[in-house]
Design a protein around this ligand. Structure first.
Ligand SMILES: [Zn+2]
Length: 316
């Protein structure tokens, strides 16, 4: 609540974004690149913009960021970002709409845009191990869906075929996670991911899934736990990565009740960020890290939707 009140003041928002964009404290014109020095840019108070003393063009703190071209104020963007980053189980577009006063549809687009930019540019490395590796299926529960949606998504009574597989790897030393959607749970796909991300010779813990059965032949130290007989055998377990799955599932169930497959990877990325940044951060530093990532990037309609044509877009 304190954060929401703070970011309802437009000047606080401008100061926060300016501090991240220009850490030296000198607003820099994005058009000609001239920073304040001996001479100051003119501050146009009512428009909350600067006029460049050199090229005479106007610029705002939103220029060249994902906030540019958005009719929504920074107060709304930053409030949504705060909620997205610091609500432990995620936040829904309805909650953001209530807190900021925009429509639920605008809030939904706003959150999707933020999620896309927040995708960690440098994903966590899980290369030396020891690593826990596991896969999980997530997807809609057809019995809880409205009939029309069930028909539209073509899911049957039990919905097994409509579930999507996610592969996760946890580095036991750094406690960092990588997770991504995979097309199918086969030996080829699983081993390809492992070969790509983990060094030969590393120790890997998995369950007894067939897809992992040739890791020893490929130079890994491979320990498995058979869930039918045992869950933990000394250090041989996969409870770290399973802990991540339960957090992911809680977020999807509790908050994002209606995730379509197309958007799932963004929610997985969001949960990875939350997991990998859960220690050594408080609400303030976590927000600052997210804002630093957001402030420096632009985003096209293409990036957001994978579509060329913004005609049927909802302005936000
Ligand atoms: Zn200029």
């Amino acid at each position: 609540m304190e954060a929401i009140r703070w970011y309802s003041d437009p000047q606080n928002c401008i100061d926060a974004v300016a501090a991240l964009r220009w850490p030296h404290g000198k607003p820099t014109c994005p058009k000609c690149g001239v920073a304040e020095g001996e001479r100051k840019h003119y501050w146009l108070k009512t428009q909350r913009r600067w006029k460049c003393y050199s090229c005479r063009k106007q610029f705002s703190v939103k220029g060249d960021t994902i906030f540019e071209d958005s009719p929504l104020g920074l107060d709304i963007w930053l409030t949504a970002l705060w909620m997205l980053r610091n609500c432990k189980n995620g936040v829904s577009s309805y909650e953001v709409a209530r807190a900021t006063g925009v429509s639920q549809k605008s809030a939904w687009h706003l959150l999707q845009r933020l999620r896309l930019v927040l995708k960690d540019l440098k994903p966590a490395k899980v290369e030396h191990g020891p690593a826990e590796i596991d896969e999980v299926f997530v997807g809609p529960v057809p019995s809880k869906m409205h009939r029309s949606r069930r028909l539209r998504m073509k899911v049957g009574g039990h919905g097994g075929d409509n579930k999507i597989a996610v592969l996760g790897m946890l580095d036991r030393e750094t406690r960092q996670v990588r997770a991504k959607l995979i097309p199918e749970v086969t030996r080829e796909v699983l081993q390809d991911e492992i070969f790509r991300h983990i060094e030969r010779g590393a120790t890997i813990y998995t369950d007894g899934h067939m897809g992992y059965d040739r890791l020893r032949l490929n130079g890994f130290v491979h320990e498995t736990v058979t869930h039918i007989e045992e869950y933990v055998r000394g250090s041989v377990h996969t409870q770290g990565i399973e802990n991540f799955w339960s957090l992911l599932k809680r977020t999807l169930k509790g908050t994002y009740v209606a995730v379509e497959p197309f958007h799932l990877s963004r929610y997985v990325d969001e949960q990875v960020f939350r997991f990998n940044n859960r220690i050594n951060h408080n609400d303030g530093t976590r927000f600052a890290k997210a804002l630093a990532q957001v402030a420096g990037r632009r985003l096209t309609w293409n990036d957001l939707t994978g579509k060329e044509d913004p005609k049927d877009s909802i302005p936000f």
